[in-house]
Design a protein around this ligand. Structure first.
Ligand code: KIV
Length: 273
């Protein structure tokens, strides 16, 4: 933990390997961050916001500026979770120097505790450079949404010979100093083996209960994004239905003249007195 605040840092998340499972969720705005921060170890400002907030078909359509604006909002709404911001597609892949510049800008402008980027072996040099620049990195291997065409077409990784590639990618992300690794959409046995072998915590999404932590897209698990629900999502609530019901009631009240009541108005003598 940061001595000057009670916020968890990347080093605290790293130290949780093999201990109490890490609770991680995505967050994109201040009100949601306020609600979920007390219950989470990590809040990820994921580029999944391209799809679940902005209605895009893939995660590719968000800029660094957009990620920074949402990162700032989540930092304003949280006090104790370790906040990690995704580097968006196109902002880090061309060269380690590009990745370092983007990572440093994201941390400087949001105050977040680290960044996440997608990729294993091909990103090892980049992870080394970002960590050397003093920015904690969360790795991401297995299914890589920035490389997939559409979320509905995402393919499970690690089947047959593919298991070796995901294992190598996880090792390659851990070796240069990633403080933890997200394993997404990967065959259970492969995610379990990676968790047993890498020195840093694994955070699963569609991976294995053996992972050192779990993450879900909050909009999926609370029922705010219902276009489709991946197999690995467990729905813990139906916020979408609650919102719809509230709006239906509001519309009925306005149309029937039941809202606003005098108690909602200014310059009116106290109701009931
Ligand atoms: O962007 C995101 O929300 C993610 C999680 C699914 C891990 O990368």
């Amino acid at each position: 933990m940061d001595a000057s605040s009670s916020r968890l840092l990347a080093v605290d998340i790293r130290a949780r390997k093999g201990t109490v499972p890490l609770v991680c969720l995505t967050a994109y705005d201040t009100p949601m961050a306020r609600r979920i921060d007390p219950h989470c170890d990590v809040l990820l400002v994921g580029d999944s916001l391209a799809m679940v907030v902005y209605g895009l078909e893939t995660t590719r359509g968000v800029s660094v500026d957009t990620m920074i604006a949402h990162g700032q909002a989540v930092m304003r709404g949280s006090q104790q979770a370790c906040v990690i911001v995704d580097l968006p597609y196109g902002s880090y892949e061309s060269a380690p120097a590009q990745a370092v510049a983007t990572a440093k800008r994201v941390v400087a402008e949001t105050g977040c505790q680290g960044i996440k980027l997608e990729g294993g072996a091909e990103m090892a040099e980049t992870i080394t450079a970002i960590v050397a620049a003093g920015v904690p990195v969360l790795g991401h291997v297995g299914l890589l949404p920035q490389k997939a065409e559409r979320r509905g077409g995402f393919k499970i990784q690690g089947k047959g010979d593919g298991g070796e590639k995901v294992r190598r990618d996880a090792e390659a992300a851990a070796a240069p100093g990633a403080f933890a690794i997200v394993i997404e959409g990967t065959v259970e046995a492969v995610a379990r083996q990676i968790t047993e072998h890498v020195a840093v915590p694994t955070i699963g999404i569609g991976a294995s209960p053996a992972c050192d932590g779990q993450i879900l897209v909050t909009h999926d698990m609370v029922g705010l994004f219902a276009d489709f629900t991946p197999k690995f999502v467990k729905r813990y609530g139906d916020a979408g239905a609650l919102i719809e019901q509230a709006v239906r009631d509001y519309a009925g009240d306005v149309r029937a003249g039941r809202f606003p009541e005098l108690s909602h108005c200014f310059g009116v003598a106290a109701v009931g007195v």
